[in-house]
Ligand binder design. Structure first.
Ligand code: PHE
Length: 437
């Protein structure tokens, strides 16, 4: 449940639907399913194996599996740095969702005229105070759960929040599907249009498949280390992947029919969530806006929280692996993370640091680009090469079969085809194309 919580995040609800819409609806969904089950799940399973085999965090795990070649531990380190940077930018965006939740339930959003939402968002995100307050609140929430520990904090909270998330998403789907004209939205989301599936789209979809399963930064190595020895890792990976994909598709079903029913433009990109959807909720009247707008932003905040927890946990466990106290590590990390996130927030469009640019991009844009396009696939590639070409095959077989207890007839296809060739090739192609296009 906790690992599914890590996977299900902002990526599912705000990024997946618009990527599918943009790159050919059903065509993009078919490709996404292929990527997520063949490549994403291969990586997920590899990380879970490394984690459970070593019972350790990324840096140490690589060291344990390959003690003679210490260089591999830097792959673990790169993963942790990636987790840190993702969490910094995640905090900023999660803070926005908290603010929008608050503004929905207090009725502030319902008093804004339809044409003014873009402006409202721009003014809010650029202001120096509210986004900072929100991101600090979000950081504190995450920290409190981590301080509760793995079982009493993360596990308990995930068991409560994940069902809530499912109920919220289903509620929004029902509302959306019962609106007049909902079928146009379903058509937009599911009708396959292969002419829209460009090369750029293929890369964006692969990137989304990795990001969505939280692979490529070692978080799943840490969660793997907590999986009991008797559990089947394949079953866990399959369950995480199915839940993650189901929620992403349901998010699309919740969003697009409503967007079309109220004649809004579906290609709003990331602005869809903060600029377009509030108009949709307002069209449902005062109560609609408070209930469904509130539910939607709460859904986003909950999804973001369980992902943020996994990122902070990976970093905290790393400190603990090197003899630091969990509590101190978590607190110090949270303070530093909040500071970096504040700088990121100030450097967002219109913010007080937005003019300080490097190669034409602000700090926020850099974080977004590094964590969105480059670092996860690089770490994922190095991890899968390590797993497929440097770890002992027998160790992997032993771990996946629970020392021979489980029958794993799929092992040959998984190891000799997916791990050693398909996944690295797909990652190399996407990285090369991403850098040169
Ligand atoms: N999987 C999360 C999402 O879809 C993001 C995430 C990435 C969380 C990496 C943890 C680690 O939004």
């Amino acid at each position: 449940m906790a690992a599914a919580g890590s996977a299900i995040g902002l990526g599912n609800i705000w990024r997946f639907p618009y990527i599918c819409g943009k790159y050919g609806g059903g065509a993009a969904i078919i490709l996404y399913l292929a990527f997520v089950f063949l490549i994403g799940m291969t990586l997920l399973l590899s990380e879970l194996v490394i984690g459970r085999r070593t019972g350790s965090t990324p840096m140490k795990a690589f060291e344990i599996m390959r003690p003679q070649r210490k260089g591999w531990r830097y792959v673990g380190l790169l993963g942790l740095i990636t987790s840190f940077l993702i969490l910094a930018i995640y905090l900023v965006i999660s803070g926005w969702t908290l603010n929008y939740f608050w503004e929905s339930v207090t009725g502030t959003l319902s008093s804004i005229a339809d044409g003014d939402f873009a402006n409202h968002f721009a003014t809010f995100a650029a202001s120096p105070l509210m986004p900072v307050v929100c991101l600090v609140v979000f950081m504190v929430l995450t920290l409190v759960i981590i301080l509760g520990g793995v079982q009493n904090g993360i596990e308990k909270v995930s068991k409560i929040l994940m069902p809530i998330l499912l109920v919220l998403v289903l509620l929004l789907c029902v509302r959306s599907l019962t609106l007049p004209g909902a079928s146009k939205g379903l058509y937009y989301l599911f009708h396959p249009d292969f002419s829209l599936l460009t090369w750029e789209g293929v890369l964006a979809i692969l990137g989304q498949a990795l990001f969505s399963l939280s692979v490529g930064m070692g978080v799943m190595i840490v969660y793997g280390s907590y999986i009991p020895k008797g559990d089947g890792l394949f079953k866990s990976a399959m369950w995480i992947t199915v839940c993650d994909t189901a929620i992403a598709i349901l998010a699309g079903v919740a969003i697009f029919p409503a967007v079309f029913a109220f004649d809004q433009s579906p290609d709003g990109g990331p602005g869809l969530v903060f600029n377009v959807l509030p108009v949709v909720f307002n069209s449902m009247g005062n109560v609609g806006s408070i209930v469904f707008g509130g539910a939607f932003f709460l859904l986003l905040a909950v999804a973001a929280l369980t992902s943020a927890i996994s990122l902070l946990e990976a970093l905290t466990a790393w400190g603990a692996d090197y003899g630091k106290s969990r509590k101190r590590s978590a607190i110090i990390l949270s303070i530093v993370l909040a500071l970096v996130a504040v700088v990121a927030s100030f450097s967002f469009d219109g913010g007080i640091l937005n003019d300080n640019k490097l190669a034409g991009m602000s700090f926020f844009d850099w974080l977004d680009k590094l964590t969105g396009s480059y670092l996860p696939p690089i770490c994922a590639l190095l991890t899968i090469i390590f797993f497929g070409w440097f770890m002992k095959k027998d160790d992997i077989h032993d771990e996946l079969s629970n020392h021979g207890v489980l029958k794993i007839s799929w092992f040959k296809v998984f190891y000799h085809i997916l791990v050693r060739f398909v996944a690295p090739a797909a990652l190399i192609v996407s990285l090369v194309a991403g850098i040169f296009t």
